[in-house]
Design a protein around this ligand. Structure first.
Ligand code: DGP
Length: 114
């Protein structure tokens, strides 16, 4: 999508601190980190949210989730542990409507989340 901020990051129009990239998926550091390690993993193809994902997205979202442990290894948190969060809709405070998986780690995380 033309105006989507994460599509613009995919196209290289907005710089990002990339951690992982392949033909379908991009992972980059969150601009407003909530933990010592905080990375967003996104499909390069625009999907607005989990609510907007359909059967045609099963393969890309499956691939994306399989990429997450590799991202965690690159961040050095695969062994210590990490949390994966997909904020969806207003109550979850989703602010960017291009689906993104937050990967958070590098400290003891609290449960339940706020
Ligand atoms: P959410 O609330 O789940 O929609 O989180 C969106 C996240 O995206 C938020 O943690 C901040 C991050 N973010 C927004 N704009 C940019 C950007 O231009 N670059 C990077 N690296 N992160 C961004």
């Amino acid at each position: 999508m033309e105006d989507c901020i994460f599509c613009r990051i995919v196209r290289g129009e907005i710089p990002s601190d990339k951690v992982y990239e392949d033909d379908r998926v991009l992972a980059f550091r969150d601009i407003n980190p909530q933990a010592p390690q905080h990375v967003l993993v996104i499909p390069k193809r625009h999907i607005a949210s989990l609510n907007d994902a359909g059967a045609e997205d099963a393969e890309i979202l499956g691939h994306l989730q399989l990429v997450i442990p590799e991202v965690a290894r690159r961040l050095g948190i695969a062994g210590s542990g990490y949390r994966v969060v997909v904020n969806t809709g207003p109550d979850a405070q989703q602010t960017v409507f291009h689906i993104h998986y937050h990967v958070l780690g590098g400290r003891q995380l609290q449960w339940p989340p706020g």
